[in-house]
Design a protein around this ligand. Structure first.
Ligand SMILES: Cc1cc2nc3c(=O)[nH]c(=O)nc-3n(C[C@H](O)[C@H](O)[C@H](O)COP(=O)(O)O)c2cc1C
Length: 152
């Protein structure tokens, strides 16, 4: 069975709600999903695909809970070549240039390390969507379909 690591970065829980939605949509298709707010390299290595769902805090900063995962990927270079991934970035466009910066940084890092983007990141603007899961369902279904098509 395929296994997706859903790595969550959150301060107020919005990204966690999207992660639970993602997990349910994947499991409905028989795809195993592990949702974690403390992702690490062993869990990444144990997965066949990575879905990062993270908000941005401070001024374009990663939430504290996911910052160590980003740092570990940046310094340890785990084997990511060809590994399918996706990124959902939660943010608020009133922050200007730092809008969704955490998700953007993750996507750039994973691209740089040769992972396989199944579709470009979704950005969810808190100004537009009070409930982030209203913005993510269609993207998640498309990502799931792309994953099913991609995996052997
Ligand atoms: C103190 C603070 C700083 C924030 N900084 C940013 C930012 O730099 N860029 C951005 O796009 N959103 C920023 N946001 C907005 C959050 O990313 C957005 O509200 C998001 O939906 C929160 O998701 P969460 O509930 O998973 O933490 C900030 C919010 C707060 C409260």
């Amino acid at each position: 069975m395929s296994k997706v690591l859903i790595a969550v970065g959150t301060v107020y829980g919005g990204a966690s709600e999207v992660a639970e939605q993602a997990s349910a949509l994947l499991q409905a298709q028989g795809i195993e999903a592990l949702v974690t707010e403390t992702p690490d390299i062993p869990a990444l290595n144990d997965s066949e695909a990575l879905l990062v769902i993270t908000s941005t805090t401070g001024s374009g900063d990663l939430p504290d809970n996911i910052a160590p995962f980003f740092a570990a990927i940046s310094s340890e270079y785990p084997p990511l070549t060809g590994k399918p991934f996706g990124v959902i970035a939660l943010g608020d466009s009133s922050y200007g240039e730092s809008f969704c910066q955490a998700g953007r940084r993750f996507e750039a890092l994973l691209d740089d390390l040769g992972a396989k983007s199944l579709q470009s990141r979704l950005e969810i603007d808190a100004i537009e969507f009070f409930q982030p899961t209203d913005a993510s369902e269609a993207w998640l279904k498309a990502w799931r379909d792309a994953l099913v098509a991609f995996l052997p």
